[in-house]
Write a protein that binds this ligand. Structure first.
Ligand code: COA
Length: 450
């Protein structure tokens, strides 16, 4: 059986159901493929000679050259005959975008495809958006409405295409980078287990974010996730009785109870996100920071209130704020004004400068009592200028986990994005920053058991 590599590194792609009509799915995909993909593209449409300046073919069987993968965008009733031709043509894999299968109780239609494909061709879908990775954009969403995320090291797999694309749109706007995105829908063949296994070996991926409604292979999911050294964060949907019913009518699968899933995630070493926000908050920190070896952190702020909020959040998350060593406390006292707070959480106060941050961070990072740092930089104060970005990005040299909270409007957001370009995770609230560093501790504990 061909493995999944064919889907991510194809040399040639056929689009079966390429449409002549702008706005139709088969047209949008062709547009996006043409723009993103350097290999050979074969639009298939028996009624067309040419679409978007590309020569059309009536069927994949009319193409002499080999084809690596096919994307199928014909109506559900026509998918079977198209798949038959793809098998005959010895295509490695197909992505079936079409809806109209088990998600609308057309289980037989899906089973037929499964039987035909077994041992001969790989299938992603049906009922999917497809794949997005460097040099390959099979999404049917316009670039005008949905700016694609930049290249990065988080892989994102989503059972739901709509959740996947909306979140990708959002994280693209937030500046988070993606290595691979896969919408796998009804998971007729390729499912979350195989995708995790594949992404766990992917050198471009440093964290995996996953939106999951259900799995049909619980034990295998646990086994594969346990084996993988790449951190996995999962957002499980369908946790209430009503939600579980909604899952059934979305992808035609049984969701199981929330407790069963949470237990399985724990066993598998998968970090469970409770909200959409947490999914990428956690993936972001896990993909860019080392693990927190114990629960001892320091908080440095230029606003006392934020120091308290983050301390509360830290204690709630099971973290500790130990006292600094005698030497560090004395060194801090020496460089800080008398009105600054040198106890952890450390308050550099409202006239903090980038230089004050730099000197204090150096002392705190080098303190043996401290394993990780949450730095709150409220940029609204007049003394804090853009050089704070350089100071914070330099903290990478200490090799300890580091997260930053910058809370504010456009001015702050622009600078937060700049800092993130250097691989420092920035969060808009102290609670989110603290939860992120707590995740590094949680993952450290998971790794000890692997
Ligand atoms: N081989 C190749 N092309 C074929 C074909 C065949 N056997 N049969 C028809 N076509 C052509 C059609 O002529 C049409 O081209 P045209 O627009 O130039 O006439 C094109 O393929 C598309 O077929 P059409 O029958 O017009 O379908 P459609 O565009 O109305 O709808 C889907 C097709 C797949 C988009 C639709 O059925 C669907 O499933 N939509 C929902 C998709 C979705 O939401 N997926 C999940 C995302 S998360």
């Amino acid at each position: 059986m061909p493995n999944l590599k064919a889907f991510f590194n194809p040399a040639s792609i056929a689009l079966v159901g390429a449409s002549r009509t702008p706005g139709k799915i088969g047209y949008s995909i062709l547009e996006n493929l043409k723009e993103s993909f350097q290999g050979k593209i074969y639009p298939i449409n028996p009624a067309a000679n040419e679409i978007l300046d590309l020569k059309c073919y009536p069927s994949v069987l009319d193409i002499k050259e080999p084809i690596d993968i096919a994307i199928i965008t014909v109506k559900a009733e026509t998918v079977k005959s198209v798949l038959e031709e793809c098998i005959k043509k010895k295509i490695n894999g197909v992505i079936i975008i079409s809806s109209g299968f088990s998600e609308i109780s057309e289980k037989e239609r899906e089973l037929e495809l499964k039987k035909m494909a077994k041992g001969k061709i790989r299938i992603i879908g049906p009922n999917v958006l497809g794949i997005y990775t460097k040099g390959l954009d099979t999404l049917f969403l316009s670039k005008e409405k949905f700016k694609r995320p930049k290249e990065g090291n988080i892989a994102f797999i989503s059972q739901s295409g709509a959740v996947g694309s909306a979140i990708m749109d959002l994280i693209g706007y937030e500046g988070i980078g993606i290595s691979k995105f896969i919408s796998y829908g009804n998971a007729l063949d390729v499912d979350e287990v195989e995708l995790l296994d594949y992404l766990g070996k992917d050198v471009e991926t440093r964290a995996i974010a996953m939106y999951l409604e259900s799995t049909k292979r619980g034990p295998e999911l646990i086994k594969v996730a346990k084996k993988i050294k790449t951190p996995i964060v999962c957002l499980k949907a369908g946790k209430t009785q009503k939600g579980t019913q909604a899952v059934l009518s979305h992808t035609g699968a049984l969701a199981g109870t929330a407790e069963i899933y949470s237990g399985a995630f724990k066993q598998a070493g998968i970090i469970e996100a409770q909200t959409t926000e947490e999914l990428f908050d956690f993936a972001k920190v896990l993909s860019s920071q080392p693990v927190l070896k114990n629960n001892k952190i320091a908080i440095i702020t230029d606003g006392g209130g934020f120091g308290i909020l983050s301390t509360d959040a830290a204690i709630k998350s099971g973290l500790e704020l130990p006292s600094l060593s005698k030497e560090s406390a004395a060194a801090l006292k020496k460089i800080l004004p008398s009105y600054a707070i040198t106890e952890n959480p450390i308050d550099l106060t409202g006239d903090a400068t980038a230089e004050r941050y730099q000197k204090s961070l150096e002392i705190v990072f080098k303190d043996p009592n401290i394993s990780g740092v949450v730095c709150i930089a409220l940029l609204q104060i007049p003394t804090l200028e853009d050089s704070i970005i350089d100071v914070l990005r330099e903290c990478k040299i200490y090799g300890k986990p580091f997260v930053v909270c910058m809370c504010g409007g456009v001015y702050t957001i622009e600078r937060a994005r700049k800092l993130e370009e250097f691989g420092i995770p920035v969060y808009p609230t102290p609670e989110r920053a603290v939860k992120a560093i707590a995740t590094l501790y949680q993952y450290g504990q998971i790794l000890k058991k692997k």
